[in-house]
Write a protein that binds this ligand. Structure first.
Ligand code: PMT
Length: 401
């Protein structure tokens, strides 16, 4: 991992009620040896004092285009040039709109246009605002330009509503920032990466299906990391809560059989295949063509096995191709993962716990270990899924060296 002692993060704080949490973000970054330059927008200053950030970071907070004491313009170009990362946390709908549309009417929005450093947004706003097409359009545009996002989470919001819009927890935001600060060069340039992601919907009748809780966050974090490191990325995704990143080829499927067909068609051309999807092991043997009416008799389903996609890829591995699986386990993590690694003829498996609040389906973070066919085990700390994706590609690139 690259040292972060000489790294500088510009921490942009905007006018969300979550602004107070930016103090904890600043503190966690400083503890990791990162130099933090705090920037508060006018509305943020209504919610949290600049002095708090100056005390935590040891650096003057930027609160306007001109320095209050000398009235000299604050060199936003110099800061934009030397920053290693811009972290906007919390990020309001307003700053996202300004950044997406190139509006530069304050120090932060101006400097976001001037920097070439990676930009990470931690959105925080009311659920309805977050779901508004204008906000989602701005996020899509920013993602398409390579900006990064962490969260938001679901939960109780300051406006007392419950839903998506709560800023990701400070520790998770900092994980994501550290992943970007220590990000690698374009060490996947020229490589083709095929990823399965999300869930499956196995029809029972035209209305009902058997599904699972995969949100797609893990698979799409892997896709984003691969893109950032120069790979050509194809994502075969089942239904998911989050969309794959702009810039990759997206193949959308519903069932495990559709996913299998899409993967087997593309696997021979891939240098690396990663099975992050929660593939349905079973499907209804006789899905009904019409919605089944309740008849007071209950419903018994005869389920039949679906193909094991990653095992088929593992069995047909071309020379030099690397095939990686995930093991979703609730107990005996390493033993169960090692068994799957062997059975599916994988080069590496990510053994991840899926039965804790901070690791598994739909979480922002994951607790995992990498196992390879030589028996080597690399335990990972609790990481944001994007940071785990970064560590996974480091491990993949070390195979055979
Ligand atoms: O999407 P998120 O909400 O972020 O959640 C991430 C995740 C928990 C889904 C992910 O980290 C994960 O563990 N994915 C694998 C889930 C799974 O199906 O695990 P498994 O142990 O049942 O399968 C082992 C491997 O075989 C996996 O690589 C799986 O993709 C693959 N498989 C399984 C069954 C099948 N029929 N075909 C497959 O290819």
């Amino acid at each position: 991992m690259t040292s972060t002692s000489s790294r500088e993060v510009v921490l942009g704080v905007t006018g969300s009620i979550a602004a107070y949490k930016a103090c904890e973000i600043a503190s966690l970054l400083v503890k990791r040896g990162v130099r933090v330059t705090p920037v508060l927008t006018e509305s943020a200053q209504e919610l949290v004092g600049a002095a708090s950030f100056e005390g935590i970071t040891g650096n003057p907070a930027i609160t306007g285009m001109f320095a209050p004491d000398t009235n000299r313009e604050i060199e936003h170009i110099a800061v934009a040039t030397r920053a290693d990362l811009f972290l906007v946390a919390p990020a309001t709908a307003n700053i996202l709109a300004k950044a997406a549309h190139g509006i530069a009417d304050d120090w932060l929005s101006t400097t976001l246009l001037a920097t070439r450093a990676p930009i990470l947004f931690a959105p925080a706003m009311n659920t309805n605002m977050y779901g508004h097409p204008a906000v989602q359009g701005n996020i899509g545009a920013l993602r398409g330009r390579g900006c990064h996002f962490i969260g938001p989470d679901s939960g109780v919001l300051a406006c007392k509503t419950v839903g998506v819009g709560r800023m990701a927890e400070p520790a998770v935001v900092v994980h994501a920032a550290m992943g970007l600060l220590t990000s690698r060069t374009q060490d996947l340039a020229g490589k083709s990466v095929l990823i399965t992601s999300g869930a499956n919907h196995e029809p029972i009748d035209p209305v009902r299906f058997i599904g699972n809780r995969s949100s797609g966050k893990m698979g799409h974090a892997i896709a984003l990391e691969a893109l950032e490191r120069g790979a050509r990325v194809v994502v075969v995704t089942g239904p998911a809560e989050v969309d794959p990143p702009a810039g990759c080829e997206i193949v959308r499927v519903q069932t495990a059989i559709e996913m299998c067909d899409a993967v087997l068609e593309r696997a021979p051309q891939a240098d690396i295949v990663i099975g992050a999807a929660a593939v349905a092991d079973y499907r209804a043997g006789n899905p009904l063509s019409q919605k089944r009416k309740r008849d007071g008799e209950g419903l018994t389903l005869a389920l039949v096995e679906n193909p094991d996609i990653i095992a088929r890829v593992g069995a047909a591995k071309t020379n030099g191709q690397i095939v990686v699986g995930f093991a979703a386990e609730t107990h005996d993590l390493l033993q169960n993962a090692a068994a799957k690694l062997r059975k599916k003829n994988l080069d590496l498996i990510v053994a991840n716990e899926v039965n804790t609040p901070e690791s598994g389906f739909g979480t922002e973070t994951v607790k995992a270990a990498f196992l390879d066919s030589s028996g080597r085990i690399d335990e990972q700390p609790l990481l944001a899924k994007r940071a785990l994706a970064a560590a996974l590609f480091d491990r993949i690139l070390a195979i055979g060296k």
